[in-house]
Design a binder for this molecule. Structure first.
Ligand code: ARG
Length: 482
């Protein structure tokens, strides 16, 4: 089956003696996924054209024509009227071909001193910078949602676990603030990655730079590719500028870690929602029923988030592997950076949005309050905390304050726990005479430290679970997040 390609529609056609087969065309084209870079592509082209005109490389009329043509293209893409063509391979060639159709020779001059290699690297960076900013904002929303729930639950006690065995009582707010710390670090990582995303490769041309007197710093300033001091950020080596995708890999690593944090939170929500824990409920709209078991409400959203973490981590593996064997400079392999990156961004953004709402609820415009976030069963948490001898360490600490070396105190308490297990009661329910049988220095005040609340209050060091510490952390986060 021969296929007559319209030669004029190819960017490089003169040299080729036979057309591409349909299969190869489909295999090599990227337009059906990279068209999402259209805004970045037009923005980058306009900045390039403006600089070309300022440098006298193209005329003022050319620039005006390019701007006019691009305005039409922008509108057409936005309204859905733009016709994307597989024959034109990618977003860059589609837009350039249409520009030339609209404005003639000026369109053909746009590509002066530029290659698709530095163009695509610039587009991906511009696009990813915008997405990174969105993600940082979504992370702030999620932190605020967690803090709002924490604020209402400072005095609510649940068992803290190690090895998923009851360990020591902790404030539910303290538990939630652990996730706030994780998401704060995620935001820091994205902010840091953004500094390296926001650098301009344009002007590297195909690989070696260009013979035209480009003003790359001007383009960087136009595109907002500047550092905190407003200094333009321009790649300093043309081979590196067109070829490395480390910025995308870094972004994906930050996204993977963020999803891992979401996944840990998901796992906890799933456990807490199970009948055996009964600690929290999430709103019905985040759960689904079973087609066979009428009593079921399954935590589909947290489960899916845990599952989607696998695919985001998979994309990181894909991207890093994509890079590893590539010689300098640009290779077509790099076209494969887009789908994993796009899917990573989509998955992370949706997940962050859904978690903010699931945790913190939705704004009710009438009351101005958020409603429908997670519901906390404080009694179930406290009952569970009473079950696993969570204050055993407190008894050991009590004995240390009475003068026992910690290791001896540990041993004494082990005997006391054994006795409590035999009697089927909590440590705080053992009579004073029984406790004194394990160590005579034990007095009536021991019951204060054996209570959950006493245990909580006693952990009053920086970063500890005492309500005073937790309130201080909430205040710090509030200031930090503004
Ligand atoms: N679609 C290509 C990509 O995503 C654009 C760059 C193509 N460059 C080239 N020399 N074939 O990487």
């Amino acid at each position: 089956m021969t296929n007559q390609l319209d030669k004029k529609s190819q960017a490089w056609s003169a040299l080729f003696s036979e057309p591409m087969s349909e299969l190869v065309k489909r295999y090599t084209a990227s337009v059906f996924f990279d068209k999402r870079l259209w805004q970045a592509d037009i923005t980058g082209s306009l900045a390039h054209a403006e600089m070309l005109a300022a440098q006298g490389i193209i005329g003022a009329q050319d620039l005006a024509d390019i701007e006019r043509g691009m305005a039409t293209i922008w509108q057409d893409i936005e309204s859905g009227a733009f016709e994307w063509k597989l024959d034109l391979e990618d977003v860059h060639l589609n837009i350039e071909a249409r520009l030339t159709q609209l404005v003639g020779d000026a369109g053909k001059r746009l590509h002066t001193g530029r290659s698709r290699n530095d163009q695509v690297a610039t587009d991906v960076r511009l696009w990813l910078r915008g997405e990174t900013d969105l993600i940082i904002a979504l992370l702030a929303d999620l932190q605020k949602a967690l803090i709002a729930v924490a604020e209402k639950n400072v005095e609510v006690i649940l068992p803290g676990f190690t090895h998923l065995q009851v360990a020591q009582p902790v404030s539910f707010a303290h538990h939630l603030l652990a996730y706030v710390e994780m998401f704060a670090r995620d935001a820091e990582r994205f902010t840091d990655a953004r500094r390296r995303i926001n650098r301009l490769p344009l002007g590297s041309a195909a690989l070696a730079g260009t013979t035209y007197p480009l003003d790359r710093e001007r383009v960087a300033r136009t595109l907002g590719m500047v550092d905190e001091q407003g200094q333009p950020q321009v790649s300093q080596n043309s081979l590196d500028g067109v070829s490395d995708r480390d910025f995308a890999i870094e972004f994906s690593a930050a996204a993977s870690l963020c999803m891992v944090h979401i996944s840990r939170l998901s796992e906890e929500l799933i456990l807490w929602m199970s009948q055996n824990f009964g600690f929290v409920k999430i709103a019905d709209r985040f759960t689904t029923g079973s087609s066979i078991m009428p009593q079921k409400k399954n935590p589909d959203v947290p489960e899916l988030a845990r599952g989607k973490t696998g695919r985001v981590v998979g994309h990181l593996m894909g991207l890093i592997t994509l890079m590893k064997g590539q010689p300098l400079a640009y290779n077509k392999d790099n076209q494969e950076d887009k789908e994993p990156l796009f899917d990573t961004v989509d998955t992370l953004k949706d997940t962050l949005r859904i978690f903010s709402e699931m945790v913190g609820g939705q704004l009710n415009p009438t009351t101005g309050q958020k409603e429908g976030g997670i519901t906390v069963n404080a009694q179930a948490m406290e009952d569970a905390a009473k079950k696993g001898y969570a204050t055993a360490t407190d008894l050991a600490d009590y004995l240390v304050k009475k003068g026992l070396p910690f290791r001896d105190a540990h041993e004494v308490v082990a005997h006391a726990v054994k006795a409590a297990v035999t009697h089927g009661c909590d440590l705080s329910e053992l009579p004073l005479t029984v406790l004194q049988g394990f160590n005579p220095s034990i007095e009536k005040d021991v019951y204060e430290c054996l209570s959950l609340r006493g245990s909580l209050n006693a952990r009053n060091t920086l970063g500890g679970t005492a309500p005073a510490q937790v309130r201080a952390q909430i205040a710090r986060h509030r200031v930090r997040l503004g």
